[in-house]
Design a protein around this ligand. Structure first.
Ligand SMILES: [Fe+2]
Length: 578
């Protein structure tokens, strides 16, 4: 299997082909997704499926989400997950070991950028198959789809994870639907609920979980996996139905009829944990392979219902430091330059053409103000020119990330204006340069000026436009807490990868260990034992934090553990490694 490994780089989200296909997929899924999935949902729902038993006095499951991006990050996490026993150090330098779960749960976005059979195989299944083969371990695998799995209406996901006869990465799969329930020891249950693009739960799925809830004892403890952290989005985008957490509240109150002990999700590619006063948890663990998302913005120390932020990795200071890389945007996203360069070229073409459209010129085009006036006039007199300007401004307004209409309009217009001023300045410089070199009496002056100005706009404009976009993203994130996705996907950070190692015991205790790799290997060496890291700068697995939830007689959970500084808290008699 290792010889067939395809080592993809991190997805270039600003590559023109990825940008265009993303827009196309998003449009298709928004327009048709609600309808095209109904056949598949019915077909999946017709497959019998109960709750899956994970027996024994105690049992463990690993949770990893947002995998299947670049090879380095995906394989590094797969390799760590595959070890049956893993040693990790906490921030205080103490070492402890953890036992791998009998079950591995993929929490969503199992592949990037789009779900195809080849993409699942190359970006996700092959790295995991190689890692499990080398470690000689075969956990049972379950998977919940995220938004990227839904882009093809779940066709490739169903083929990959919902056919038990096929298996995944040499491991057993059992689910026949895109959602599932695990019955764990200690009266714990894990429910994975498929909320396609934040939509309502479909009827067959709702009936499935109502039936499961009816099987649970009244005092059962429930972990619910969902594809996205609606508790964060509801705070960031208040009033937006798509980002509301109403569905989560409905799951808790109407479908399950009980409080959820732990909400678990990915979608944001980092680790973040909020805790309620009664010990209930909301955890984001999306560091399975995809580019890092920031943890310092938006600042959501406190959520609704009294949940308070207890941990974030990387921490806010480190996240802020990583954010400073935006001035490198053109070099981090080199394929974006021809795209923005083309926008500059067309804009300059129209602008410089406007210099020659007026017979009775009242000023000299060598003056910047005069040239600008002539160009603006031509956007009014030439419909094609005007339409182009409107399209560019409209595109930037559409790109602006906010649900507040006036902000989107003002922010998008200002952003477009920066690019248009930059493009015009380049075009005007091209004109002045060409006129100086060629001499104003040259017969073909207007045509040559246009060609030279356009060439300058395409080459210099490609780099300048990319740099302005990077600056815009930096300012948006720093000052307004917006564009965290666009800003950090541009940085393509493959480090700070993490997953969860959970264990439930007959006593009713749930232990959660957040484990991470601060720097993933960039180089690998083929050996008889498989593909091994060959990068001295790569870091060893570290314990981000560890917490234990112990059910209290009066309801809720007593929490103790080791925090992000390596300090023990909670029960005073707890010993390290307990
Ligand atoms: Fe994701």
């Amino acid at each position: 299997m290792t010889s067939r490994l395809t080592r993809h780089g991190m997805v270039g989200w600003y590559d023109p082909s990825v940008l265009l296909q993303s827009a196309w997929m998003l449009t298709l899924s928004n327009i048709f997704g609600r309808h095209s999935d109904s056949r598949l949902i019915e077909a999946l729902a017709s497959q019998p499926q109960g709750a899956f038993e994970i027996g024994g006095d105690e049992a463990g499951f690993d949770f990893v989400s947002d995998v299947g991006d670049g090879f380095n990050s995906t394989y590094a996490i797969a390799t760590a997950l595959a070890q049956s026993e893993l040693t990790a150090q906490d921030a205080a330098g103490h070492t402890s070991s953890s036992r791998a779960g009998e079950v591995l749960v993929f929490g969503g976005d199992e592949v990037y950028p789009y779900p195809t059979r080849e993409a699942y195989e190359q970006r996700t299944e092959q790295p995991y198959a190689a890692a499990f083969e080398a470690a000689g371990r075969r956990p049972r695998i379950f998977a919940l789809p995220g938004n990227h799995d839904w882009y093809d209406s779940l066709v490739a996901f169903s083929r990959t994870f919902c056919r038990p006869a096929r298996g995944f990465a040499g491991c057993q799969t059992q689910q026949t639907r895109s959602y599932f329930a695990l019955r764990l020891p200690g009266n714990w249950w894990l429910l994975a609920i498929d909320l396609q693009f934040g939509a309502q739960i479909d009827e067959p799925q709702e009936k499935y979980f109502v039936d499961i809830a009816a099987q649970m004892p009244a005092d059962a403890h429930v972990i619910v996996c969902v594809p996205s952290p609606q508790w964060i989005y509801a705070t960031s985008y208040p009033g937006e139905p798509k980002y509301s957490d109403a569905t989560l509240q409905r799951i808790e109150r109407e479908i399950l009829g009980r409080d959820v002990a732990v909400w678990l999700t990915g979608d944001l590619h980092h680790y973040k944990r909020h805790e309620a006063a009664d010990g209930r948890q909301k955890i984001i663990s999306g560091g399975g392979g995809a580019f890092l998302h920031p943890t310092h913005v938006p600042p959501q120390r406190e959520l609704q219902n009294g949940y308070v932020e207890k941990a974030a990795w990387p921490d806010a200071a480190q996240s802020r430091r990583l954010h400073r890389g935006h001035w490198q945007f053109p070099w981090l996203n080199p394929r974006f330059m021809p795209l923005i360069g083309s926008v500059y070229l067309l804009s300059v073409w129209f602008a410089v053409s406007g210099f020659f459209d007026f017979d009775a010129q009242v000023c000299s085009v060598r003056e910047f103000g005069c040239a600008l006036t002539l160009s603006l006039r031509s956007t009014l007199t030439d419909p094609v020119n005007g339409l182009w300007l409107a399209t560019v401004v409209g595109g930037f307004i559409f790109f602006t990330d906010t649900h507040v209409r006036w902000y989107r309009f003002v922010g998008g217009t200002l952003h477009a204006a920066m690019h248009m001023v930059a493009a015009f300045t380049l075009g005007w410089c091209g004109y002045v340069l060409a006129a100086a070199v060629l001499g104003e009496s040259a017969l073909w002056l207007p045509e040559l000026v246009i060609v030279l100005a356009c060439m300058l706009a395409f080459t210099a404009g490609g780099a300048l436009g990319a740099w302005i976009l990077g600056a815009y993203l930096h300012v948006s994130l720093s000052w307004f807490g917006r564009h965290s996705n666009e800003a950090f996907s541009a940085l393509r950070i493959e480090d700070y990868k993490q997953w969860l190692r959970c264990r439930v015991r007959a006593s009713g205790e749930l232990e959660i260990q957040a484990l991470g790799l601060a720097r993933v290997p960039r180089r690998w060496r083929q050996t008889a034992a498989g593909l091994l890291a060959d990068d001295p700068r790569a870091t060893a697995p570290q314990l981000i934090e560890r917490l234990v939830l112990r059910p209290r007689a009066e309801g809720g959970y007593a929490v103790h553990g080791i925090d992000m500084q390596g300090r023990r808290y909670g029960m005073s008699h707890m010993t390290r490694g307990e």
